[in-house]
Design a protein around this ligand. Structure first.
Ligand code: ATP
Length: 319
């Protein structure tokens, strides 16, 4: 099915006969594959008698050679999948198989894209970026401190450089435009953080997605914000370059050197929020973050510090 898609991606008309000849199948087999394309990948194909088949809009697919050419400083191998359960899951399996880090896993779609605590990340085909960069970290808890916040900052900066100027951060690791989520970050760790471990920097960015019924909160995409489509290969290359700069700063100077830049971009700085931890709720005012990336809240007049992957922030109605 994806070989057929690659033949059609130029957005031109192709006759059933030519497609069948290229694929080595009959015209009726081509017809069946086209129906699968529409049903499974949500793509729409124009069928015109006498001319053949045409994708309703041309597609640019992910291309590791193009990414490498546009980001010569990122010397990590890029593994591109047409479809995968989750790029983070594949990254973890690849570490298990012994592949040497750093390496990057990308996919055109995820069938079980994940957010925190097993929540689902909507991942339609060829519209967005699903990105998992694997790093090997040796003997340094310090190198993990605030790391997911640093990745958020790098994603935000990349989007700004591509013209999405209103983008900002929400603790711990969402990237928003106003109240709408445009990107999410999920770090996963394997190994011993005090010795040698691997960390998967998982990033989902809504790029060209314009419609979905799969997301139960406010969201947006680069295309919805700017009114234009983006080349995902260019975005991936750009993100790699920006991440390298931020990860380099983090490694050399530690998170404290990045803390104030993060706070300056925190959209909820000074706001009245509720911090949700399972069934518990703590109301307070956002003071900022500490030198390890933990959230500082004023609760009943006293500063308190919170950290951990199970915490969610919500704006209070009176904020
Ligand atoms: P928190 O507010 O606790 O940080 P969250 O709601 O942002 O949590 P995450 O685990 O970061 O949760 O992301 C998963 C959630 O994001 C989903 O439950 C869904 O509401 C939303 N979501 C899923 N797919 C997308 C997407 N492609 N773009 C934006 N939001 C999405």
């Amino acid at each position: 099915m994806l070989t057929l898609l690659k033949l059609l991606k130029d957005g031109r008309f192709h006759s059933g006969q030519a497609l069948g000849a290229a694929l080595g199948v009959s015209r009726s087999a081509v017809w069946k594959q086209l129906q699968l394309l529409e049903a499974e990948l949500g793509l729409s194909v124009h069928k015109v008698r006498g001319r053949g088949y045409q994708l309703a809009s041309p597609l640019t697919l992910l291309d590791s050679a193009e990414i490498a050419e546009q980001a010569p400083s990122c010397d990590w191998p890029v593994l591109v999948f047409d479809s995968i359960d989750s790029t983070n899951a594949e990254a973890l399996r690849t570490i298990e198989r012994g592949k040497v880090a750093p390496f990057l896993v990308l996919a055109e779609r995820q069938t079980s894209g994940r957010g925190r605590r097993g929540r689902k990340w909507a991942s339609p085909f060829a519209e967005n970026v699903y990105y998992s960069l694997v790093l090997r970290i040796e003997g340094g808890m310090r190198q993990l401190e605030g790391l997911s916040l640093v990745v958020g900052l790098a994603v935000m900066q990349t989007l700004r450089e591509l013209g999405i100027s209103d983008v900002g951060l929400k603790w711990p690791n969402d990237v928003l435009v106003g109240q709408k989520k445009i990107a999410g970050i999920l770090l996963e760790l394997v190994g011993d953080p005090a010795d040698v471990c691997h960390v998967v920097l998982g990033v989902g960015i809504n790029v060209n997605m314009q419609l979905t019924s799969e997301i139960d909160q406010e969201w947006t995409s680069m295309r919805l914000e700017s009114g234009r489509a983006f080349d995902r290969n260019h975005l991936v290359a750009k993100l790699g370059g920006v991440l390298q700069v931020y990860l380099g700063r983090h490694q050399t100077d530690g998170f404290p050197a990045i803390q104030s830049e993060w706070e300056q971009n925190h959209l909820w700085q000074g706001r009245a929020v509720s911090l949700i931890a399972g069934v518990n709720q703590i109301d307070g005012e956002v003071l900022g973050i500490d030198s390890q990336g933990a959230l500082r809240l004023r609760v009943d007049g006293v500063e308190k510090v919170f950290s951990g992957g199970e915490l969610s922030l919500r704006l209070r109605d009176d904020s």
